[in-house]
Design a protein around this ligand. Structure first.
Ligand SMILES: C=C(O[C@@H]1C=C(C(=O)O)C=C[C@H]1O)C(=O)O
Length: 275
């Protein structure tokens, strides 16, 4: 049985709407969750492959392999990784800021942007699960990702909202990679055939996202609260699904800056399935 982790965010929906139809039900099982819980399940071998926070590869580089060609990324604005603040970011010196407990990568990205883009090295970050309105009464900054970010964006008049994909692009000129398909090489040992088949089906699903975005959005559960057209636009114009050379350069730069700031022990060497 190949155990596959699925992040329950709108950015993964167009892939899984298709995979649910094509994956062989008798030999695959899908495990749902938010990034932080799925990251932990991949690390302890409860699942074999997962669309996981990109920073996780650097924390388990000896145990994981990356499925080549796929990611959740953005070239500029991503729309669903948002830093809400009650004052301009440059004025947050010394503040205790709140971050969603669902994320791993975007918290590291926020650390980098605080230091390198806004010149702030003395902020502290603390996780929260509070609704965003309450969180912003307790702190002058809150990081949200995924569906909670999309939902807060539509009701957040009166606060500053920084799109971290856009801020990263302005800092580095590169795309950003939030998530990678990571394989736990120990738990997936002996499942290479199933992984190769999964990789083919994932590629087919990815290739249909842009041409079929409107059709997929009309059937997606998230259309009820995002709207069909905005959901199709999000998949077509904000999220990027292909790990190409420019995205790999963005990923390497992310690991480099994270290592320089001591947020990870060292910049990992990328290792890809099936080697
Ligand atoms: C683009 C997004 O990136 C997500 C951010 C993640 C993280 O911060 O660890 C993990 C998976 C991605 O799906 C999003 O939240 O919509």
């Amino acid at each position: 049985m190949l155990r596959i982790g699925r992040i329950d965010y709108a950015n993964c929906t167009p892939l899984f709407m298709q995979l649910e139809k094509t994956l062989p039900g008798e030999t695959t099982t899908i495990v749902h969750g938010v990034p932080a819980t799925l990251n932990a399940k991949l690390a302890n071998g409860e699942i074999d492959i997962c669309i996981s926070s990109s920073i996780e590869f650097s924390r388990h580089a000896d145990e994981y392999a990356i499925l080549p060609g796929h990611c959740i990324g953005s070239v500029g604005p991503v729309k669903s990784v948002l830093f809400f603040t009650t004052r301009p970011a440059e004025e947050l010196a010394g503040q205790r800021l709140l971050v969603t407990s669902e994320s791993a990568t975007s918290v590291v990205l926020l650390h980098i942007l605080l230091a390198k883009r806004w010149g702030l090295s003395d902020c502290s970050l603390q996780t929260t699960s509070l609704p965003w309105q309450e969180a912003l009464q307790q702190s002058s900054g809150l990081l949200l990702i995924g569906d909670r970010a999309l939902q807060a964006a539509s009701g957040s008049a009166g606060v500053y909202c920084y799109d971290l994909g856009q801020e990263w692009m302005e800092l580095t000129g590169l795309p950003f990679v939030y998530a990678l398909w990571l394989i736990n090489r120990t738990s997936a040992a002996g499942k290479e055939g199933a992984l190769t088949q999964f990789s083919r089906l994932l590629e087919q699903a990815r290739e249909r996202i842009i041409p079929d975005a409107g059709l997929l959005a009309a059937q997606a559960p998230e259309a009820a609260w995002v709207g069909v057209q905005p959901l199709a636009d999000y998949w077509r114009n904000a999220i990027t699904y292909q790990l190409d050379e420019a995205h790999l350069a963005g990923l390497e730069c992310f690991y480099q800056l994270a290592a320089e700031l001591g947020l990870i022990t060292s910049r990992p060497q990328l290792k890809f399935f099936p080697s």
